[in-house]
Design a protein around this ligand. Structure first.
Ligand SMILES: Cc1cc2nc3c(=O)[nH]c(=O)nc-3n(C[C@H](O)[C@H](O)[C@H](O)COP(=O)(O)O)c2cc1C
Length: 201
Protein backbone atom coordinates (compact mmCIF):
# COMPACT_ATOMS: atom_id res chain seq x y z
CA UNK A 1 0.00 0.00 0.00
CA UNK A 2 1.08 3.56 -0.68
CA UNK A 3 2.69 5.41 2.23
CA UNK A 4 0.61 8.37 3.38
CA UNK A 5 2.63 11.50 4.09
CA UNK A 6 1.15 14.59 5.79
CA UNK A 7 3.10 17.84 5.69
CA UNK A 8 1.69 20.31 8.20
CA UNK A 9 3.23 23.76 8.37
CA UNK A 10 2.84 27.31 9.54
CA UNK A 11 4.44 30.15 7.57
CA UNK A 12 4.05 33.91 8.00
CA UNK A 13 6.19 35.13 5.11
CA UNK A 14 6.42 32.12 2.81
CA UNK A 15 9.76 30.50 3.59
CA UNK A 16 8.44 27.48 5.45
CA UNK A 17 5.67 27.20 2.86
CA UNK A 18 8.31 26.91 0.14
CA UNK A 19 10.09 24.21 2.11
CA UNK A 20 6.80 22.36 2.62
CA UNK A 21 6.00 22.51 -1.10
CA UNK A 22 9.41 21.07 -1.95
CA UNK A 23 8.89 18.25 0.58
CA UNK A 24 5.49 17.49 -0.92
CA UNK A 25 6.94 17.19 -4.42
CA UNK A 26 9.76 14.97 -3.16
CA UNK A 27 7.33 12.83 -1.16
CA UNK A 28 5.23 12.24 -4.27
CA UNK A 29 8.37 11.47 -6.24
CA UNK A 30 9.19 8.86 -3.58
CA UNK A 31 5.79 7.25 -4.22
CA UNK A 32 3.81 8.61 -1.26
CA UNK A 33 0.27 9.93 -1.22
CA UNK A 34 0.76 13.44 0.12
CA UNK A 35 -1.45 15.85 2.02
CA UNK A 36 0.07 19.34 2.18
CA UNK A 37 -1.66 21.38 4.86
CA UNK A 38 -1.16 24.70 6.67
CA UNK A 39 -2.35 25.39 10.17
CA UNK A 40 -5.03 27.98 10.45
CA UNK A 41 -3.60 31.37 11.26
CA UNK A 42 -3.71 32.29 14.92
CA UNK A 43 -2.87 35.95 15.68
CA UNK A 44 0.02 36.39 18.10
CA UNK A 45 1.82 39.44 19.38
CA UNK A 46 4.83 38.58 17.26
CA UNK A 47 2.93 38.53 14.03
CA UNK A 48 3.21 42.24 13.39
CA UNK A 49 6.97 42.05 13.83
CA UNK A 50 7.23 39.91 10.72
CA UNK A 51 4.61 41.40 8.50
CA UNK A 52 1.52 43.55 8.52
CA UNK A 53 -1.88 41.95 8.64
CA UNK A 54 -2.60 42.39 4.95
CA UNK A 55 0.62 40.66 3.97
CA UNK A 56 -0.15 37.88 6.41
CA UNK A 57 -3.56 37.33 4.86
CA UNK A 58 -2.01 37.27 1.41
CA UNK A 59 0.50 34.67 2.51
CA UNK A 60 -2.21 32.46 4.01
CA UNK A 61 -4.15 32.64 0.76
CA UNK A 62 -1.13 31.28 -1.14
CA UNK A 63 -0.90 28.29 1.14
CA UNK A 64 -2.28 24.80 1.33
CA UNK A 65 -5.70 23.82 2.69
CA UNK A 66 -6.14 24.08 6.44
CA UNK A 67 -4.88 21.13 8.48
CA UNK A 68 -7.28 19.01 10.47
CA UNK A 69 -6.68 16.31 13.08
CA UNK A 70 -7.68 13.74 10.49
CA UNK A 71 -4.68 14.68 8.36
CA UNK A 72 -2.35 13.55 11.14
CA UNK A 73 -4.38 10.46 12.07
CA UNK A 74 -4.53 9.47 8.38
CA UNK A 75 -0.78 9.67 7.84
CA UNK A 76 1.95 7.06 8.20
CA UNK A 77 4.51 9.85 8.28
CA UNK A 78 4.14 13.48 9.37
CA UNK A 79 6.49 16.38 8.67
CA UNK A 80 5.87 19.45 10.82
CA UNK A 81 7.24 22.83 9.69
CA UNK A 82 7.48 26.09 11.60
CA UNK A 83 9.48 29.31 11.49
CA UNK A 84 11.85 29.59 14.43
CA UNK A 85 10.23 31.93 16.94
CA UNK A 86 12.37 32.86 19.93
CA UNK A 87 14.21 29.59 19.38
CA UNK A 88 10.97 27.68 19.54
CA UNK A 89 8.02 26.37 17.56
CA UNK A 90 5.63 29.11 16.40
CA UNK A 91 2.54 29.40 18.57
CA UNK A 92 0.32 28.86 15.55
CA UNK A 93 1.69 25.36 14.96
CA UNK A 94 1.69 24.63 18.68
CA UNK A 95 -2.00 25.58 18.91
CA UNK A 96 -2.75 23.02 16.21
CA UNK A 97 -0.65 20.36 17.93
CA UNK A 98 -2.35 21.13 21.24
CA UNK A 99 -5.72 20.60 19.56
CA UNK A 100 -4.82 16.93 19.02
CA UNK A 101 -5.45 15.88 22.64
CA UNK A 102 -8.41 13.64 21.84
CA UNK A 103 -6.43 11.82 19.14
CA UNK A 104 -3.43 11.51 21.45
CA UNK A 105 -5.62 10.04 24.22
CA UNK A 106 -6.84 7.35 21.83
CA UNK A 107 -3.31 6.46 20.77
CA UNK A 108 -3.99 7.60 17.23
CA UNK A 109 -0.78 9.64 16.97
CA UNK A 110 1.56 6.80 18.01
CA UNK A 111 3.72 4.56 15.83
CA UNK A 112 4.03 7.05 13.01
CA UNK A 113 7.18 8.51 11.55
CA UNK A 114 7.78 12.19 12.35
CA UNK A 115 10.38 14.82 11.49
CA UNK A 116 10.56 18.61 11.35
CA UNK A 117 11.77 21.56 9.32
CA UNK A 118 12.23 25.23 10.12
CA UNK A 119 13.64 28.55 8.99
CA UNK A 120 15.13 31.43 10.92
CA UNK A 121 16.67 34.80 10.13
CA UNK A 122 20.03 34.03 11.68
CA UNK A 123 22.36 31.04 11.54
CA UNK A 124 22.54 30.59 15.29
CA UNK A 125 19.03 31.84 16.00
CA UNK A 126 17.62 28.61 17.35
CA UNK A 127 16.89 26.22 14.50
CA UNK A 128 18.12 23.21 16.44
CA UNK A 129 16.27 24.20 19.61
CA UNK A 130 13.09 24.64 17.55
CA UNK A 131 13.40 21.16 16.09
CA UNK A 132 14.23 19.50 19.40
CA UNK A 133 11.36 21.40 21.07
CA UNK A 134 9.05 20.04 18.39
CA UNK A 135 10.37 16.55 19.02
CA UNK A 136 9.53 16.78 22.75
CA UNK A 137 5.90 16.58 21.64
CA UNK A 138 6.58 13.55 19.46
CA UNK A 139 7.83 11.58 22.48
CA UNK A 140 4.45 12.18 24.08
CA UNK A 141 2.70 10.96 20.95
CA UNK A 142 4.72 7.72 21.04
CA UNK A 143 5.90 8.73 17.60
CA UNK A 144 9.02 7.53 15.84
CA UNK A 145 11.32 10.46 15.16
CA UNK A 146 13.27 9.91 11.96
CA UNK A 147 15.88 12.65 11.80
CA UNK A 148 18.04 12.88 8.70
CA UNK A 149 21.24 12.58 10.69
CA UNK A 150 24.25 12.45 8.43
CA UNK A 151 22.80 9.57 6.43
CA UNK A 152 23.91 10.96 3.07
CA UNK A 153 26.87 12.98 1.85
CA UNK A 154 24.59 15.95 1.16
CA UNK A 155 23.84 16.21 4.89
CA UNK A 156 27.42 17.33 5.41
CA UNK A 157 26.62 20.25 3.10
CA UNK A 158 23.43 21.61 4.72
CA UNK A 159 24.78 20.42 8.06
CA UNK A 160 21.60 19.89 10.09
CA UNK A 161 21.14 16.33 11.38
CA UNK A 162 18.01 17.28 13.37
CA UNK A 163 15.80 18.06 10.37
CA UNK A 164 16.02 20.60 7.56
CA UNK A 165 16.52 24.32 8.11
CA UNK A 166 17.10 27.48 6.16
CA UNK A 167 18.54 30.88 7.11
CA UNK A 168 16.61 33.76 5.54
CA UNK A 169 18.99 36.56 6.58
CA UNK A 170 18.59 40.01 8.06
CA UNK A 171 16.10 41.09 5.38
CA UNK A 172 14.31 37.71 5.44
CA UNK A 173 14.81 37.32 1.70
CA UNK A 174 17.51 34.70 1.07
CA UNK A 175 15.94 31.99 -1.13
CA UNK A 176 16.37 28.28 -0.60
CA UNK A 177 19.72 27.16 -1.99
CA UNK A 178 20.71 23.86 -3.53
CA UNK A 179 21.95 22.54 -0.17
CA UNK A 180 18.53 23.07 1.42
CA UNK A 181 16.64 21.75 -1.61
CA UNK A 182 18.75 18.59 -1.58
CA UNK A 183 18.22 18.22 2.18
CA UNK A 184 14.45 18.59 1.78
CA UNK A 185 14.39 15.95 -0.98
CA UNK A 186 16.48 13.66 1.19
CA UNK A 187 14.23 14.10 4.25
CA UNK A 188 11.03 13.39 2.34
CA UNK A 189 12.54 10.33 0.66
CA UNK A 190 13.91 9.04 3.95
CA UNK A 191 10.69 9.35 5.96
CA UNK A 192 8.67 7.74 3.16
CA UNK A 193 11.18 4.90 2.97
CA UNK A 194 11.24 4.29 6.74
CA UNK A 195 7.44 4.55 7.02
CA UNK A 196 7.11 1.99 4.23
CA UNK A 197 9.51 -0.39 5.97
CA UNK A 198 7.59 0.02 9.26
CA UNK A 199 4.48 -1.08 7.41
CA UNK A 200 6.40 -4.14 6.26
CA UNK A 201 6.76 -3.05 2.66
C1 LIG B 1 8.01 36.72 16.77
C2 LIG B 1 9.17 36.26 15.94
C3 LIG B 1 10.21 35.59 16.54
C4 LIG B 1 11.31 35.19 15.81
N1 LIG B 1 12.33 34.54 16.43
C5 LIG B 1 13.45 34.23 15.73
C6 LIG B 1 14.55 33.61 16.39
O1 LIG B 1 14.49 33.23 17.55
N2 LIG B 1 15.68 33.40 15.65
C7 LIG B 1 15.81 33.79 14.35
O2 LIG B 1 16.86 33.62 13.76
N3 LIG B 1 14.74 34.32 13.69
C8 LIG B 1 13.57 34.55 14.35
N4 LIG B 1 12.50 35.10 13.70
C9 LIG B 1 12.56 35.24 12.24
C10 LIG B 1 11.85 34.05 11.51
O3 LIG B 1 12.22 32.81 12.06
C11 LIG B 1 12.25 34.03 10.04
O4 LIG B 1 11.90 35.26 9.46
C12 LIG B 1 11.65 32.87 9.27
O5 LIG B 1 12.47 32.57 8.17
C13 LIG B 1 10.23 33.17 8.78
O6 LIG B 1 9.67 32.03 8.16
P1 LIG B 1 8.36 32.20 7.26
O7 LIG B 1 8.77 33.00 6.05
O8 LIG B 1 7.96 30.81 6.87
O9 LIG B 1 7.33 32.86 8.07
C14 LIG B 1 11.38 35.48 14.42
C15 LIG B 1 10.29 36.14 13.81
C16 LIG B 1 9.21 36.54 14.56
C17 LIG B 1 8.07 37.26 13.88
Amino acid sequence: MTVKLAIVYYSATGTVRGMAERLAAAGEQAGAEVRLRQVQRQPTGGEKAATDEQTAEAEAAKGAPDATADDVVWADAVLFGSPTRYGNVAGQLKVFIDSLGAQWAQGLLADKVYAGFTSSQTAHGGQETTLTALYNTIYHFGGIIVPPGYTAALKFVDGNPYGVSHVTGADNDIPLGQAELDALDHLATRVVSVAGRLRGE
